[in-house]
Design a protein around this ligand. Structure first.
Ligand SMILES: Cc1ncc(COP(=O)(O)O)c(C=O)c1O
Length: 441
């Protein structure tokens, strides 16, 4: 009954339950049909289950939320919402260094895509006077949004033009460029400072906003060179252009809360959208943190479930747990070890199958060779039969400015609670599955 989004037969196993980072699975086909086995989860459920499965904090929090917190809508202030926002953005807040509460405001949405949609809406509304619905004269020429080759920001229709792949977009709604309030979306290569400078020099007067993933996820876990994000932020600031950071994937995965961070500290943004891990693997939710001057026309962006007390309780308890257990620091250390082990245990051991590994924290990509890309489904089946579940990203594909093609990439994004021993086991199992795959070549 379930709609098949993938254009290929469903995976030949099902999940019966899970605990921590281990899934209990059952074979659905072949001679072992009906047999159960254990799978290590190197995917974190599309990078969303930062506390793994069955975590006590989430259980206690949901219980407390269901029993005590009530269900009021965003129109009514709630104690849970007030405590959460104070904990994150108050004078002593966890994230006040990035987003001082007097300069930013926040809204909750149901998913990453909805969060990025709201960010788009806020930058579009900044072009005109919300009462008279006319252009602000100084913003009338700002009709362009810059995104990056390989970008991924979600599937909803406002975001389709951002997807830098024709086969995702063709025939579907897009911007109407010649309309008064029309929109142009352009793409340049990610991480190339020269291309960025060239683009700003030629287009800054038309540039309304730049949308960026601090580490590009679907493009194959591509990290920008040091200083690039700060340079981008500075150029946006100098040219009166909004900078929107899509941190739906990177939130709490880079060894820090935010990917927009470098040796000098937080990299300023005008809007930051976080999601996935934010819901602690229990809720689908996102948070849009925007400068206070960015707002939509009255009642234009109300959402039924914007920061309801139940959501706030799960976020608050989960974030407090990440802090008290030092899980971000742990993931930074885990990331260093994973990077080494993926390099020696996969890229160096199987040079015909894997060409590069990149990443940090709990977000790593191992890029396939052209030959292995053609047999991705076979490789994946061998990895699963060796007892490890991974996802594959599309890769950035063809890029301009002479940058090389990026092939599909295996994403290793295990939950934050993964131990060093479990991370080693994940790499060992990936090695074993790849060895079996290699024998078939
Ligand atoms: C960078 C980025 N933005 C937005 C999204 C969309 O999030 P959701 O699937 O929760 O709508 C994703 C999901 O993969 C993502 O990786």
């Amino acid at each position: 009954m379930h709609y098949n989004h993938y254009g290929r037969p469903p995976l030949p196993f099902a999940c019966l339950g899970a605990r921590g980072v281990e899934l209990e699975a059952v074979e659905l086909a072949g001679p072992r049909r009906g047999e159960t086995f254990t799978l290590f989860d190197a995917s974190g459920g599309y990078g969303s289950a930062c506390l793994g499965a069955g975590h006590d904090t989430v259980r206690r929090s949901l219980q407390r939320a269901v029993t005590d917190t009530g269900y009021v809508t965003d129109e009514i202030a709630s104690r849970e919402r007030a405590v959460l926002l104070d904990r994150l953005f108050g004078a002593e807040g966890l994230w006040t260094d990035h987003f001082p509460g007097d300069a930013y405001h926040v809204a909750g949405r149901n998913s990453g895509s909805e969060g990025v949609e709201l960010a788009l809406r806020l930058v579009l509304e900044s072009r005109f006077d919300p009462r008279r619905l006319r252009h602000r004269p100084e913003r009338a020429k700002r009709d362009t949004i810059l995104a990056f080759e390989g970008a991924w920001h979600g599937w909803t229709h406002g975001l389709l033009p951002f997807l830098n792949r024709r086969h995702y977009r063709v025939g579907l709604p897009g911007p109407v460029a010649d309309h008064d309030y029309g929109l142009r979306v352009e793409h340049i290569p990610f991480g190339d400072e020269g291309a960025l400078e060239e683009y700003f020099a030629a287009n800054s007067e038309r540039l309304l906003a730049v949308f960026v993933e601090p580490v590009q996820g679907d493009a194959g876990i591509l990290l920008p060179p040091p200083g690039y994000l700060r340079r981008l932020s500075g150029m946006c600031g100098d040219n009166d252009t909004w900078l929107v950071a899509d941190e739906v994937l990177t939130f709490a995965k880079t060894g820090r809360w935010f990917g927009m961070h470098d040796a000098q500290g937080p990299v300023p943004t005008d809007i930051t959208v976080i999601g996935k891990s934010l819901g602690m693997g229990a809720l689908s939710t996102s948070l849009v943190i925007a400068r206070r001057e960015l707002r939509a026309r009255a009642t234009g962006t109300i959402s039924t479930s914007d920061l309801r007390p139940l959501t706030c309780a799960v976020l608050l308890d989960g974030i407090d747990h990440l802090v008290s257990e030092g899980l971000l620091k742990h993931s930074a250390e885990l990331g260093t070890r994973l990077a080494d082990r993926l390099q020696s245990g996969l890229v160096e051991r199987f040079p015909g199958i894997f060409t590069h590994t990149r990443g940090l924290g709990v977000m790593h990509g191992v890029e396939l060779s052209e030959a292995a890309s053609a047999q991705l489904d076979v490789l994946r089946t061998h990895l699963i039969s060796a007892g490890v579940y991974v996802e594959f990203m599309a890769g950035a594909g063809k890029r301009s400015h002479g940058l090389r093609y990026v092939y599909p990439t295996m994403r290793i994004a295990p939950p934050l609670i993964t131990s060093q021993a479990q991370a080693d086991e994940i790499v060992d199992r990936l090695g074993e599955g790849t060895r079996r795959f290699q024998e078939t070549l």
